[in-house]
Design a protein around this ligand. Sequence first.
Ligand code: GLU
Length: 417
Amino acid sequence: MEGIAESALFKNTIRNMEHSAQIVKLNPSAIERLKSPRRAIVVSVPVRMDDGTVRVFEGYRVQHNHVLGPFKGGIRYHQSVTLSEVAALASLMTFKNSLLNLPLGGAKGGVCVDPTQISTREAEKLTRRYTSEIAPWIGPDRDIPAPDVGTSSQTMAWMLDQYSLESGFSQTGVVTGKPVEIGGSAGRDAATGLGVVYIIEKVLEKLSQKINSVTLAIQGFGKVGMHAAIEAHRIGGKVVAVSDVSNGLYNPEGINVPELVEHYTANMSLNGYHGGKLISNEELLSLPVDVLAPCALDGTINSNNADHVKAKIIVEGANGPVTANANDILKGKKCLIIPDILANGGGVVVSYFEWVQDISWLFWDETQVREKLRMVMYRSFDKVWEFSQKNHLDMRTAAMAVSLVRLESAMKLRGQL
Ligand code: GLU
């Protein structure tokens, strides 16, 4: 498909897949199938802006593979969204869902728009029109969107409403990550961040360390990073640095996270908070910490800055935050990297719980959700860790290999190979 393979993230993902596929001697036809998405939908999204003019945004929904179940994956609003990036992210969802043992395939959507530059009214119109355009291909049994970078539970509420309007009845199961008042799951907001911390606990356990004896730096203070910081701090971890899109905050003695969250929520900025000194995003990446969790965008750790990274453990809270070159540099420095498809799986795990609750009309409380999430994250980590130890592989290669083996087996059973 033209344009699909252009981005560095897409090329990197294919390279990782082929590398792991070779190790587990995957059927070449399975690799061939997984190299390109099943379907890529490109839509124009015209919006009458508040000033009366009409702007047309480009939107995408890429459905990568559904051998394990309905397509599933987030919707991203960002000015750098491209078809190729969305396609790469869709394939990462296939690998993530397979690794986590969920009965779901992989998809991703996006609109090329800077969400900080449009009003709430414009965002609602854009979301409703985008939903209408992709409506024939989504649905509770087909493809279930969720939030991602630049979208929120409010975005999902608008999607749900628009899709239901067009169906003629209420379809709560069409999206996950929606507000609890309209069928969302308790604990979904914090899920990805919680999952990141559960994975950090597991790595430390394997290295005979404990969360209260290490320092953590978290890049990104949005849906993932903020909740990771809250949970890490709650269980005794020393979060020494965090950052948002503008800058970072550093306190070698440990940041008072609940206090900072209060400041951040009120001001939408780290500026003006007294409990640490302001640093740049680049400085955060090179701090002398034990654990670094990049929780924002792809390509954050690249060949320009990988050399400066001092952390011994990197946990990928974002999708694709470490580029292929950076990965090689960090491997040379004996840095242990826990890959995205494992480390940030908490979001889609609780999305799966939400979807199950919607289908059964029976809702769980937050304690139940957290316990079930912890179980899935621990079990998935153990599986990848054992595979990596047994076969002398790094965690990225092992995670992809475990995921591919399940996909291959499903394809075979369904007669696709
Ligand atoms: N956008 C999240 C991810 O990349 C969640 C996807 C979902 O819940 O479907 O994993």
